[in-house]
Design a protein around this ligand. Sequence first.
Ligand code: MCA
Ligand code: AMP
Length: 499
Amino acid sequence: MLQFFEQAKKHLNNDAIIHDGVIYKYEQLIASAEKFSGILLNNTSDLNQARVAFMVHPGFDYVKTLWAIWIAGGVAVPLCITHPLPSLEYVLDDTQSTILVISKEFKEVLGPYLQNSNISVIVIEEINDQQLAFPELLPPIEKQRNALILYTSGTTNKPKGVVTTHKNIEAQINTLIKAWEWSPHDRIICVLPLHHVHGIINVVGCSLWAGASCNFTAGFSPEQIFNLIGQNKLNVFMAVPTIYYKLIAYFETLAMENQNTLRECMKKFRLMVCGSAALPVSVMDKWAQISGHQLLERYGMTELGMAISNPYHGDRKAGYVGIPLPGVQIKLADEHFVQVGDQMPGEILVKGDNVFKEYWQRPEATQATFTNDGWFKTGDIAVIENGYYRIMGRQSVDIIKSGGYKISALEIEEILRTNEMIQDCAVVGIDDDEWGELIAAAIVLKKPFINDFNEKSLSDWIVNYIASYKKPRRYLVMKDLPRNAMGKVVKNDIKKMFV
Ligand code: MCA
Ligand code: AMP
């Protein structure tokens, strides 16, 4: 039996999920997931690593579906619930998913795909758990089997599927359970999207592994978060820097009396964590004033789960991501993958059971991302100062982090170039206090549009093809893009033009 299931069985009477005020015990979650696995199995004995895509709202149904896929021997492919159809189709086709589980609300967006596909569709609201029987036999699942495929943007124009096995996921969760001292008494809220590691592993995965409870509310709402905090319903919180920035902005609008109550409630928290992008020192300081908590910043990646973390006990240093987590080996290396000297910057290379298995059906990309002796190359540069790692930046200017999302400049450029107005373009990330980086596009217009450029129409058009969080927020119309002697666009010059 998979370890996540064994863990859950230790806490049958604990509250597992609290969704819109409704409490679901572990016993109920386990039973619902097991029964639902029978629907997925559909009279077969094992899904044998078939890919099962699912587009389900965060909450009880999401976790039930994820667990059912694993119990039935499938590979879970969570779809982003705010992606437009082309991005969804890309993932469905790339993974060759044969089963699709959806919340009924998403029937409409997926309609055109479903009309032309043989995929077997299950609408979650149409299944009544109480009328289902438990499947007679469940397949044995070896830990080496593929468990999850998450799509990540990189230095290629299309996102790649990151395949993690059950063994990888167990390692990713186990290290955090130990390092951050998760316990069955913890109560967290999931405010993050559930097609990325931060939400899936750090929040939902760890809390349910520990026998703790995980709260869900619809979308990200500072008001709802502070409401729960004010009722002492939470004692652990995890988010990206943009969310802390937004919470601070909201907190500052509250009446003093309300602020004082919330301050007292936050002091009782056990742990507050920040990651997915660099945490500005100003946000860390402001949050400490508000909550009385020194945020624990950590560093992770879709391919790794978490790798480096500030200590749970001990000094959490502003501007640093801490030290390697238990079981994770880290080496800072030069361009020949040789370890750099003390206090020298180098690329972060990682080894350990937490490291993903492969990019889905991209053997060359997989090979290129590992050194010959098996280190995963992150593309991030760090330095060690007084024993703590400090992230200095990324090797590639084409990777942007905005709102905690990793976004490929090349993917956006490719879409922009298909617009009738655009002759050429270059997308960059520009520094921004709230979003980390803002997506900005320098564009060269085709002749007929030079005096007739309509930014709004371009902005409205692009969200038909990419998620709104990938949409450029600033445009700069140029006669030509700056290029070096080799003809390559000089993105650092473009960045400066936006300042
Ligand atoms: C949305 N807006 C933006 C952006 N995104 N503006 C500028 N830049 C952006 N990136 C605008 C929208 O257009 C809209 O404006 C307004 O903000 C609200 O949009 P909405 O989508 O409702 O935003 P939100 O719900 O407030 O979302 C903000 C968010 C979200 C909660 C911070 O971006 C988020 O959930 N980020 C977390 C992503 C994440 O989990 N990353 C982890 C992956 P208007 O109304 O004017 O149109 S990294 C990972 O997993 C690794 C392993 C790790 O280390 O953790
Ligand atoms: P993703 O592939 O979406 O999981 O994003 C992983 C990337 O986010 C890493 O390669 C880093 O560039 C960045 N990242 C994650 N955590 C931090 C952090 N604490 N500080 C700076 N960058 C971070």
